[in-house]
Design a protein around this ligand. Structure first.
Ligand code: TYM
Length: 333
């Protein structure tokens, strides 16, 4: 094994496609913030992952910057964690190439996100999309992370990383430890507003999610539009109503939650009241983050320093890993 210091190591990444949304934050990123207090963490804006689906280079540039702002605004602290932009550390792609040489294609073809994306963009099928989980494994293993805070949708990727580790260790000798996913107890899967049986996601369009950067009026409009009842009156709570109740609770609207819930039980709930309470609770929940966003967005130097510091710290870990891996393989000597 590559020797590790005693503290636990953490890696996780966020794709810079659009802005960070509540699903990202409640499902994963708030764990990033909590874990930096007790572990050595590297957090990445993973721009090489963002180029595996159709993108515009100018928008990508903006999205990377906005994601850095989002991450700082929610409390990722460059004094405590290494905040990196993936493409600034070439070791990610170097290790991905090597892991690609030990990963059977059949493992990649059965990954659910590959199948989903291939269906969504049939004209954009390429090797990068297929090998996306290999790059993800490289991100994690480059920093020898033992824990990976993610939402539930990423579990198949973490499982695949573990399989890649076993195969690599078997072929070249014990080198990597198997990382574990770290899920949030009650918010590992936040559902879409427009299609409450699917997860909240940017790819379902802006009415599906609340971005942390959304203005209060935009939040009110999106929640007003959220799907509540589908079809005729059902005896069971509809997924949309359940979703709003859950969001209300997760963003700290417990009092409203209790009284609206008793309205629901007595059959007197007006959806508009549930929606208004949820919108206002989200707006209040996001207010400090919005204020932080504005502050960071106005300070280019702070943004630059944060990622430069992160890059330096991460580079030394990445170099150590790559030196050991190259030796194992008999390359780069
Ligand atoms: P991405 O950018 O889609 O999402 C970032 C994080 O947010 C979580 N998430 C959710 N959690 C709960 N409910 C939701 N509706 C929801 N939507 C998103 C995701 O699970 C994720 O944790 N492949 C990754 C990025 C990545 C990565 C890595 C992650 C690249 N390399 C290495 C971990 C380790 C992705 O596309 O996340």
């Amino acid at each position: 094994m590559i020797p590790l210091d005693s503290k636990k190591r953490v890696f996780s990444g966020l794709r810079p496609t659009g802005r960070m949304h509540l699903g990202n934050y409640l499902g994963a990123i708030r764990n990033w913030v909590a874990m930096q207090e007790t572990r050595d963490c590297v957090y990445g804006v993973v721009d090489y992952h963002a180029i595996t689906t159709p993108f515009d280079p100018d928008e990508l540039r903006t999205d990377v910057r906005e994601m850095v702002i989002d991450l700082l605004a929610v409390g990722v602290d460059p004094e405590k964690s290494a905040l990196i932009i993936q493409s600034q550390l070439p070791e990610h792609t170097e290790l991905a190439w090597i892991l690609g040489a030990v990963t059977p294609i059949s493992w990649l073809e059965r990954v659910p996100t590959y199948k989903e994306k291939a269906e969504m963009h049939p004209d954009y099928l390429h090797l990068g999309l297929l090998s996306y989980p290999v790059l993800m494994a490289a991100d994690i293993l480059l920093y020898r992370a033992n824990e990976v805070p993610v939402g539930e949708d990423q579990l198949p990727h973490i499982e695949l990383t573990r399989e890649i580790v076993r195969r690599f260790n078997h072929m070249f000798g014990d080198t990597f430890e198997e990382p574990k996913a770290f899920l949030h107890r009650d918010s590992a899967r936040i559902m879409s507003l427009s299609d409450p049986e699917k997860k909240m996601s940017k790819s379902l369009g802006p009415d599906s999610y609340i971005a942390l950067a959304d203005e209060p009026d935009v939040i009110r409009k999106k929640i007003r539009k959220a799907v509540t009842d589908i079809g005729p009156a059902n005896e069971k709570m509809s997924p949309g109503v359940g979703n709003l109740f859950r969001l209300l609770q997760l963003v700290g609207g417990e009092d409203d939650h209790a009284s609206l819930w008793s309205d629901y039980e007595s059959g007197s709930l007006r959806y508009v009241d549930l929606k208004d309470a949820t919108a206002e609770a989200i707006i209040a929940f996001l207010a400090p983050i919005r204020a932080n966003r504005q502050r960071f967005a106005a300070d280019e130097q702070v943004l630059r320093n944060a990622v430069e510091k992160g890059r330096e710290l991460a580079a030394s870990m990445a170099e150590d890993t790559m030196a050991a891996v190259r030796t194992r393989l008999g390359v780069g000597q």
